[in-house]
Ligand binder design. Structure first.
Ligand SMILES: NC(=O)c1ccc[n+]([C@@H]2O[C@H](COP(=O)([O-])OP(=O)(O)OC[C@H]3O[C@@H](n4cnc5c(N)ncnc54)[C@H](OP(=O)(O)O)[C@@H]3O)[C@@H](O)[C@H]2O)c1
Length: 202
């Protein structure tokens, strides 16, 4: 399979890329690093990336940002960061990418535990995660040519504990193998419209 992994050099993405590279052709997309340059917050950039790489069998997104801050301090513009990057960035990957997807291919998006179990400072991040979950369920009803779509929602991953541990008191870090398996289930399995939750019900 020819698999595009946007954010494939990030904390989660690099482990996912390593796994799929064993048996598949992996193309990594990122703003600053990778085989192809893309900013998912910019539709023209997404279109240009697909024109460069051509048709694919799977698109995985392990990228997308949102501002973390006290709700009291969040401006309207602060919310647009998450809406443009993590939410519409992933929606546009699907909206534009479906025309470059081979029949029977799949999209796998990324969200996180915040959609179900938010912590402080995450009004934006939690909100966009929830929006993506609803988007995936709805668009899975309409994608043609047997194209599937799922989203992997992980808890705080082991490799990011050093940075984010203090924001997630009492959370059990998710082993990287478990997170990777969420992506494997989506890409190599046959599920469609699934929210693949990779965390304990905390
Ligand atoms: N880390 C966790 O514990 C965790 C848990 C659950 C969910 N998540 C979510 O999973 C996703 C990946 O997390 P991560 O921890 O692996 O993040 P990360 O280490 O910051 O890596 C993100 C990768 O995405 C790329 N990227 C960022 N913004 C982009 C954009 N606008 N267009 C294209 N590429 C972009 C970055 O590459 P460049 O620097 O080259 O742009 C980077 O390689 C995020 O959406 C995050 O919220 C993370």
């Amino acid at each position: 399979m020819k698999i595009l992994i946007v954010g494939g050099n990030g904390t989660i993405g690099k482990t996912v890329s390593k796994y799929f590279s064993k048996k598949h052709e992996v193309i990594i997309g990122g703003r600053n690093t990778g085989d192809v340059t893309v900013d998912i917050a910019d539709s023209e950039s997404i279109k240009s990336m697909f024109e460069t790489i051509g048709k694919v069998d799977a698109v995985v997104c392990a990228a997308g940002e949102a501002k973390w801050a006290e709700f009291d301090s969040m401006t309207e513009e602060d919310f647009y960061i998450g809406l443009k990057s993590k939410l519409m960035g992933q929606v546009n990957l699907v909206r534009i990418g479906k025309d470059y997807m081979n029949p029977g291919g799949s999209f796998t998006l990324s969200t996180g535990i915040l959609a179900d179990h938010p912590v402080r400072l995450t009004t934006s991040a939690a909100m966009v995660n929830g929006g993506i979950h609803s988007f995936v369920k709805a668009v899975s009803l309409e994608l043609e040519n047997k194209i599937r779509i799922n989203v992997v929602s992980s808890g705080l991953v082991v490799d990011a504990v050093d940075v984010y541990e203090d924001y997630f008191p009492g959370h059990n870090p998710i082993p990287m193998k478990k997170v990777v398996n969420g992506f494997v289930k989506s890409v190599l399995g046959s599920g469609n419209g699934e929210i693949i939750r990779m965390y304990d019900n905390c």
